[in-house]
Design a protein around this ligand. Structure first.
Ligand SMILES: [Cu+2]
Length: 121
């Protein structure tokens, strides 16, 4: 019985660590819910660990869910943890960044967030 408990506990710890190995988004440019007075020139997502860049994708959408820019040909920007793409000049409005990346542990991580560009005058 004691051995069985130890075994179950070991499996639990293993599974827990494994499940926690996903990449987690730590910083983004533009930031989540940012209100900007100048249009950003790029989108950069920085994770807590490197992601499989060739199996990752970023989409930029407007308020009507129309795709403004998308790339599955992403580049490492600051280091191996940050992936990004250049984007066209944006006018004022509400935009969404949607991403899907492949963690090095083989699991997909998805996310979506909003930012707003306001007129600078
Ligand atoms: Cu995982």
């Amino acid at each position: 019985m004691r051995n069985l408990l130890k075994y179950v506990l070991l499996i639990f710890i293993f599974e827990y660590n494994y499940a926690c190995a996903h990449a987690v988004l730590e910083f983004s440019e533009p930031a989540r819910r940012a209100i900007l007075y100048r249009a950003p020139e790029q989108v950069v997502l920085t994770f807590n660990e490197p992601v499989e860049i060739e199996f990752s994708k970023i989409l930029l959408m407007n308020n009507e869910d129309k795709i403004i820019a998308s790339s599955s040909n992403l580049k490492n920007i600051y280091d191996n943890n940050s992936i990004g793409m250049q984007i066209p000049k944006l006018t004022s409005g509400i935009y969404f960044i949607q991403f899907q990346v492949l963690s090095i542990d083989g699991h997909k991580v998805k996310g979506r967030y909003k930012f707003t560009i306001k007129d600078s005058n």
